[in-house]
Write a protein that binds this ligand. Structure first.
Ligand code: NAP
Length: 520
């Protein structure tokens, strides 16, 4: 059985304050362990701060971009091995594993390109120079330089590869060393990625560390130049935000948490139209891809009252074709199990809560025997579609994210304002998708809900042929959302780097500013 250690302080050590066993969620067999061990986190942070910061900040953006490119290439070359680990440890189908692993290399490569564009410099200018004196001689320029600390990244269980890469790409390019902690239950993929990157000797010492298992009192040693970026549940986020070291030293923190993402079908969309097909593909894909364990998955599907039954019928027809089971046992399987026993229990409890306030649409409450399952083993949940015709009163719909293959079709009047009121009941999300070919509908709805989201996906006939759907997070676009979604922002190209940089206003002689920034 594999033993997963941490790579911290430039070596592999056991560091978790509790031993953890990792399982195959299709078979419930133990496949790896994270042994217990003790490390001095204060010392490990100091190592990354001193070694990693110095070596990364000596490099230009072009050179840091080259490191990211090399990481992307290494992960791409190792993708078959990573895919099989994702199936073993996460219950991923091949498609789900590729979504995570190719997403990781793609995001690293995208930030490598940004590095190349930023060029052979260490400093980023922010905005235009400003004349602040009587003459242009006395000027000002805002600049952005990397914070002189460590970026601690704590990730959720559902995207072990992409989670590590998307956070590391922006931090390393900005010039901050990273300590990345994958969720323990699915840490096998991230652990192997770290080994692959080390085998190729890509990064300077201290630039990237990996924490396997629980991170003990690490957060209490964070200092004012360090940052913490967290993805996971809002309950954990609450604990992390309140950590003494984080509060006392005003450590910058970014949180990506729960989200009750919505889809809105506009009244102009006819059944059988291309826009309807786009909507149908998106909502079904989002329910089933990664077994619904996707932060961007659509949980609430708002449909005009007179189309509810048609939408439920069309979705049910698609869902009926879905083979659920062990992806390693049968190549016809299109949806694997949920990732852990805890997840299984949480999803079942969430379905019960939703079922108490909704009608059945498809799949009852998700009981299913997984194809290829032996002896009833495996954390399988069938796709569950619920229906409500009184969305405003359906408290569970807007208050609780069921992190599995579960979604609800909810009726609305067909007015943009009534859709907006329901969408806003989610209290802040990552993405909402709107489907229409009526420009007026978009123009009315977007301003009513934009402040509640980091991203809005505007689905229409014209983009149907080239859209990967709202669930795909693109490195060029913001990922994050206000309120329930945690209030964070990641990616978005250059925007995602700002978290790892201090913005400083320089004021002085224009010639001196030019010598520093290169801006004439
Ligand atoms: P979780 O239980 O909150 O765990 C997330 C991470 O936090 C894990 O690495 C976990 O480590 C760590 N952690 C837990 N307690 C900690 C503590 N006291 N100190 C330091 N680290 C701690 O969430 P999850 O079950 O992995 O993920 C599911 C949730 O994540 C869902 O609610 C989903 O909405 C959300 N999510 C959001 C996004 C987004 O981008 N917005 C993306 C993916 C998932 P251990 O595993 O070692 O306990």
């Amino acid at each position: 059985m594999r033993s997963l250690r941490s790579y911290v302080g430039g070596q592999w050590v056991a560091s978790s304050n509790r031993a953890t066993t990792l399982f195959n969620p299709s078979t419930e067999e133990a496949i790896a362990e994270i042994p217990a061990g003790e490390v001095d986190w204060k010392k490990m942070l100091r190592y990354s701060r001193e070694k990693g910061t110095a070596s990364l900040q000596a490099l230009t953006f072009t050179q840091r971009g080259e490191l990211l490119q090399a990481m992307a290439k290494t992960l791409h070359e190792g993708r078959e091995e990573l895919i099989s680990l994702a199936t073993a440890n996460g219950g991923n189908t091949r498609g789900d594993a590729k979504f995570d692993i190719d997403g990781a290399s793609f995001t690293l490569a995208a930030y490598a390109d940004i590095g190349a564009k930023l060029g052979d410099t260490h400093i980023m200018v922010d905005g235009e120079p400003e004349q602040i004196g009587r003459t242009a001689r006395f000027s000002a320029q805002h600049v952005r330089l990397p914070r002189a600390g460590v970026a601690v990244h704590i990730n959720a269980f559902n995207f072990p590869a992409w989670g590590l890469a998307e956070k590391a790409a922006a931090a390393l390019l900005a010039g901050m060393p990273v300590m990345s902690k994958p969720a323990s239950a699915t840490a096998l993929v991230a652990h192997r990625m770290m080994e692959m990157i080390l085998e190729q000797n890509i990064l300077p010492k201290g630039a990237l560390s990996l924490i396997s298992g629980s991170s003990g009192d690490l957060l209490s040693h964070l200092q004012g130049q360090d940052v913490l970026s967290f993805t996971g549940s809002s309950d954990t986020a609450k604990i992390l935000r309140a950590t003494e070291g984080v509060v006392e030293r005003s450590v910058h923190i970014n949180v990506e948490a729960d989200s009750l993402n919505a889809a809105v079908l506009a009244p102009d969309v006819e059944l059988g139209s291309e826009t309807f097909a786009l909507f149908l593909n998106d909502v079904v894909r989002d329910m089933t891809q990664k077994t619904g364990q996707k932060c961007t998955a659509i949980r609430r599907i708002f449909v005009p009252e007179d189309k509810v039954d048609d939408v439920v019928a069309a979705m049910s027809e698609r869902l009926a074709d879905l083979v659920v089971g062990d992806p390693a046992a049968d190549s016809n399987v299109r949806m694997g199990p949920v990732a852990t026993e805890t997840q299984f229990k949480d999803v079942r409890a969430g379905i019960e809560r939703l079922a108490a306030q909704t009608e059945e649409g498809y799949g009852g409450t998700g009981e299913i025997e997984g194809r290829g399952s032996v002896g009833g083993k495996g954390y399988f949940v069938g796709p569950v579609l619920r229906v409500t015709r009184d969305a405003a009163k359906c408290e569970a719909l807007h208050a609780h994210e069921v992190f599995g293959p579960v979604s609800t079709v909810a009726a609305y009047s067909g007015e943009a304002s009534s859709a907006a009121a329901l969408v806003r009941m989610g209290e802040g999300g990552l993405v909402t998708s709107l489907y229409s070919d009526d420009r007026k509908f978009f123009a009315e709805l977007v301003p009513l809900i934009a402040a509640f989201h980091g991203r809005l996906y505007l689905g229409s006939e014209k983009i149907a042929g080239q859209s990967p759907g709202p669930g795909t997070v693109m490195p060029a676009l913001l990922h994050g959302g206000p309120g329930r979604a945690g209030g964070g922002e990641e990616l978005g190209g250059l925007r995602g780097m700002a978290f790892y940089q201090q913005r400083t206003a320089l004021q002085g002689d224009k010639a001196i500013l030019t010598a520093i920034t290169g801006v004439k």
